[in-house]
Design a protein around this ligand. Structure first.
Ligand code: SF4
Length: 236
């Protein structure tokens, strides 16, 4: 990465994101990843919920040893932590586990137990949004596994967009993929997936806020079900 690239201003990054969003709308996920790595080098990372390792796998094909950021909220299923450990052990990526400022016990002491039931927005802010914002500080761009077909709230996800809140380029290389595309990629490349996906969970988040989906529900219907909440604040 050149000094000029290192010193890009927010305005330059935003313009770059908007241009790439138009030009890469129809590009393959791998070509989007190639563009991201060529454009941002070490100032680019992948974030993963460890639902599967598809985006991490795509990135590692272009940039072996790529940074993969995982938020350990303290409330994950053991299967999710196991998937993180397996990704770290067998894939050529650099897993970076971010943790909230407070442990669950410390949060319970300050806010009372089960904040996720009483104020899930605050709980997500403390355990997801703040750690991610701190973790992304050294990067100009981050990649996510968001897909348009996951839920109505994600239907307009750009392949490359501008994350105004964080002043970063936000890249969703598989935004246009369907679940069938994901399944085909996993099968073709032997990509690690969270075992809960085989146990009725279509989207995997924190244990207290995730249930299995019912027939006919969209993939994210099992997240914060009945609490009027559909996103954790990382993507909106
Ligand atoms: Fe807290 Fe639930 Fe958000 Fe996890 S998903 S941070 S437990 S509210």
């Amino acid at each position: 990465m050149t000094t000029a690239q290192e010193q890009r201003t927010a305005e330059e990054l935003k313009a770059l994101a908007e241009r790439a969003g138009r030009e890469l709308e129809d590009a393959s996920a791998l070509d989007v990843m190639r563009w991201a790595v060529e454009t941002f080098g070490d100032r680019f990372c992948v974030t993963s919920s460890m639902e599967d390792a598809v985006v991490a796998h795509l990135a590692s094909r272009v940039k072996p040893g790529v940074d993969v950021v995982f938020l350990d909220t303290g409330y994950h299923f053991e299967e999710t932590i196991g998937t993180r450990d397996a990704v770290e052990a067998v894939m050529n990526v650099n897993v970076l586990t971010l943790t909230p400022r407070q442990t669950v016990a410390e949060q319970d002491a300050e806010y009372g137990p089960k904040l996720h039931d009483r104020d899930p927005d605050l709980c997500c802010k403390l355990r997801k949004v703040q750690p991610l914002e701190e973790g992304l500080k050294g990067y100009q761009a981050w990649a996510t596994g968001l897909r348009r077909d996951e839920s109505p709230t994600r239907a307009n996800t750009p392949v490359v967009g501008w994350d105004e809140k964080r002043g970063k380029v936000k890249i969703s290389p598989i935004a246009r993929w369907t679940q069938d595309d994901v399944d085909a990629y996993v099968a073709q490349h032997g990509v690690l997936t969270n075992p809960l996906l085989m146990d009725g969970y279509a989207s995997v988040g924190c244990a207290p806020c995730t249930r299995r989906v019912l027939e006919g529900e969209d993939a994210r219907a099992g997240r914060w079900a009945g609490r009027g909440k559909t996103e954790c604040g990382l993507h909106g």
